[in-house]
Unconditional design. Sequence first.
Length: 375
Amino acid sequence: MIRNTMEPARVRSDHRRGAEPLFTGVVGGVDTHKDVHVAAACDPLGRVLGTREFSTTTAGYRRLAAWLSSFGTLEAVGVEGTGTWGAGLTRFLTGAGIRVVEVDRPNRQTRRRRGKSDTIDAEEAARAVVAGRATAIPKARTGPVESIRLLRNARKGAMKARGQAGNQLHALIDTAPDEVRDRFRDLPSAARVRAAARLRPGPITTPTAAAKTAIASVARRIGHLDDEIAALDAQLAILVTATAPRLVARHGIGIETAGALLVAAGDNPQRLAHEHSFAALCGTSPVEVSSGKRQRHRLNTGGDREANSALWRIVIVRMATDPVTKAYVTRRVAEGRTKKEIIRCLKRYTARQAYRDLRAPAQGRGELSRPTSGR
């Protein structure tokens, strides 16, 4: 029997020897791969009930869920790589009403002690859920934010190819015969691409004709990539604006930065229980490194670096154009803060603001408070 456990289970902070178990039924663990998933079933005490391989197809996912349920009431399944090879399994289990927990790969100490195999990794994934070490709810990947993520990935590839093609065009022109190079020497980049795309070299009988052919080919490629990027930008503008209108309406937040923050939060931002969680996800929360009498924090270098970069760009724009942010910067400079420290404080505030916008409905909430402190 499959138990509907879509609501997050209560996590006990005192889970230790002799404490009440977190679960009363079966807990599964899955080590995901491209073609085969390895699953393990554990009882509430972490004892292995069985392990088995399943294909990465819808039928395989169905057999995996049925096999785990054959040991008793299935309460949760820990899945490695819920955003990569485990994405399909995560969607299937969530759609079937089974609670899925995102599990990190086993740490080095565990692998050094027990070794490395798919079966061991699946068992460790199940035990991480049983012990309460793994509690993260994976991204849903079934709504508009997943569409935004896919389009952003396509745009990122097109932008990279556009940059490479532009560099290649400059190199071809710089090394072409003089009669070809002189035609493009004084043209700006956009005009150079248009002029190069109009070249009609004819038969390739000389290096000059070959140079014209190569230059025209790369220039037309640039034109196609520009059209592709423009089409993706138009689609992203529609999706992002419809998904997070409050966020896009904020000063200094555009389609690109809003899309990065949306993708970081996912289709189910309610999985992030507090704005501190979103700040940590974006790499803007300070990390405590205190020891003994020394109490201090360091910069967080983890988290989603694209979301962190988006917050940085938002802050830089606001520092240059927003009167409220300018006044804040002036006050903090007078207090002796450096520019880097002020940017970190503003990034943390912006993450708090974005978190509330992402979780709130489009209407019904008042404006957020302005930045007043560095925390």
